[in-house]
Design a protein around this ligand. Sequence first.
Ligand SMILES: O=P(O)(O)OC[C@H]1O[C@H](OP(=O)(O)OP(=O)(O)O)[C@H](O)[C@@H]1O
Ligand SMILES: NC(=O)CC[C@H](N)C(=O)O
Ligand code: SF4
Ligand SMILES: [Mg+2]
Length: 517
Amino acid sequence: MQPFLADPFDSDRLHEECGVFGVIGMAEAANFVALGLHALQHRGQEAGGIISYHPDKGFSSAHRFGYVRDNFTKASLMETLPGEIAIGHVRYSTAGAKGPAIRDVQPFFGEFAMGGSAIAHNGNITNAVALRRELIERGSIFQSGSDSECIIHLMARSIQRSIPERMKDALRRVEGAFSVIAMTRTKLIGVRDPLGVRPLVLGRLAGGAYALASETCALDIIGAEFVREIEPGEMVVISKGLIESSRPFGLSAPRFCIFEHVYFSRPDSIIGGRSVYETRRQIGVELAREAPIDADLVCPVPDSGTPAAIGYAHESGIPYGMGIIRNQYVGRTFIEPTDQIRNMGVRLKLNVNRALVAGKRVVLVDDSVVRGTTSRKMKDMVLDAGAAEVHFRIASPPTAWPCFYGVDTPDRDKLLAARMSPEEMREWMGVDSLAFVSLDGLYRAVGEAGGRNDRCPQYCDACFSGDYPVAPFDQLQRGFRMKPDPMSGDAEAQPDQSGYEPVDHTLTPNSATRAAS
Ligand SMILES: O=P(O)(O)OC[C@H]1O[C@H](OP(=O)(O)OP(=O)(O)O)[C@H](O)[C@@H]1O
Ligand SMILES: NC(=O)CC[C@H](N)C(=O)O
Ligand code: SF4
Ligand SMILES: [Mg+2]
C-alpha cells in the first residue's frame, strides 16, 4: 500500500495546478509561508515544500508528501527552517515521475558562484523535454524528473553575474506557462510568463515586509495587504523593502487562464480586480439567460458549482436549495481503497438531500464536465431520491482539449466533450436536458462585455476552444495534433463541432513529460 495517494476517486479529473508563496522581511518567515501554502492547498495536495535562508545557518529545506497542515505545523520541523526569507510550493504534478517522488517536490535549490537560489514554479514548461535533452547533453545532472528543474540548470549555464539576471536568461529559453517565485540570500523574486497564464500577486506586511502568492486568499491568511498583481511578463525583485520591476520578455497580449475564474482559484480570491465568487455567480446568470428551463429547484454540485447555481437561481427566479450535501471530511490522503470502495466513487463525497429533491424538477449546476463521471452519478442519485426531472447546467463550455500549461488533464479520449456532441452527452448522462455556458457567455461573465475576441482572444481558453496560445512544442514532437487554425483556411479539416480527431493518447502532458524523465 502506498502511504499517500492523490484522491483515488478522481484520478481522471482536471487537477489543480500548484500554488507558490514567498515572504521576505519577517522573522520566522517559514511559518508565514506555511500559512500561505495552507490557504493555497486547493491548488495542489500531493506534496509541499519550504526553503528558508538564515545568515548564520544558510539555506534550509523541507519537502513532504501530503497536506501542509499535517507537516508544516510541527514545531520540530518549522524550527529547522529559520530566517527572514522563505518560499514554498504546494504541488499537483504535471511532469516528473508517475506516482509520488519526493525528488520532484519543489522548491528546487541550486548553488551558483554568487550564492544559492531556490525556485518554486506554478505552470508547465511546454519545451521541457527538448530543453532537458539539450542540458543533459551539455553536462547537466538532473536530480528530478520535473520540468521546473530545467530553470535551475539554465540559470547555472548563464554567464550573467547576478541571480535575477541569470533567471531572466533562463526564462527566455522556457516556453509555456510559469509563475515563478525565487529567493536568494537577500532577495525575493517573482516573475510571470509573457502571457501571464498563471496568477501571481504581491502583498505588503507591516515593517517593510513583502509576500508573493498565487492568489490573494493566501495574503489574507497572513494579514498582508494586497498591493497588485505581478503583470504578465514582469519580474519583481524585492530586497530591503524596495521593489525593482523589469520586463525581461518581448511584449505579448496577455492570455490569463480563464479556467482559474471557473474552477481553480478560490472564490474568495480577487483576480484581475474581480471577485472570483462574483464572476462565478455571473456565469450562472449568463447560463440562466442562455439556457432557461421550467423547473422547481436549482441545486449546486458542491462546492465548486455553488456560486454559479446561486446566479442561475437568482436570474431564473427558481428557488435555490442544497439538494446535494458534501461530506467535508473526504480527504485526499486515503490509502489505496479496494475496488469495491473505489466503485462507490462520488457517493463517498456527495449525497442527495432526499427530503428536498423528492418530486421536484431539479436543475443541477456544476462548474465543468470532464469525464462526465460526476454528472452521471449525480443524476442517478437525484433520480433515486425521487426527483421528477434532472436538468444539468454547466458553468463552462465543453472541455474538449487537454491543458499543457500546468493543469493535469486526462487523456483526450477520456474527455467526454472530445468524443461527443452536447446532445450525445445528454443522452449518455441520461438527463432531461443539458446545457453549457457558451464561450462568449463565459467571457461576458469575466467582464468582457463584447464576448470573446476571436482574432485576439483576451484569455487562454484552449481546453474549450483548442486554440493554444503557446504551441506545445514537446507534445507536437510526440504527435499531438492541434485543431486547424480557422484563419488559415484549413477549418474544413475539422471532423466535428468539438474538433475531435483521434490522437496518440499516450501523449498526455503527464505521460509525455514523464516519459522523458
Ligand atoms: O466530469 P467529471 O470527470 O466528473 O469531472 C468534473 C467534476 O470534477 C470537479 O469536481 P471534483 O469533485 O473533482 O472537485 P471539487 O470538489 O473541487 O468540485 C468539477 O468541479 C466537476 O464537479
Ligand atoms: N501544476 C503545476 O503548476 C506543476 C508545476 C510543475 N510543472 C511540476 O510538475 O511540479
Ligand atoms: S488550457 Fe484551459 S486550463 Fe489550461 S491554461 Fe488554458 S484555459 Fe487554463
Ligand atoms: Mg466538482
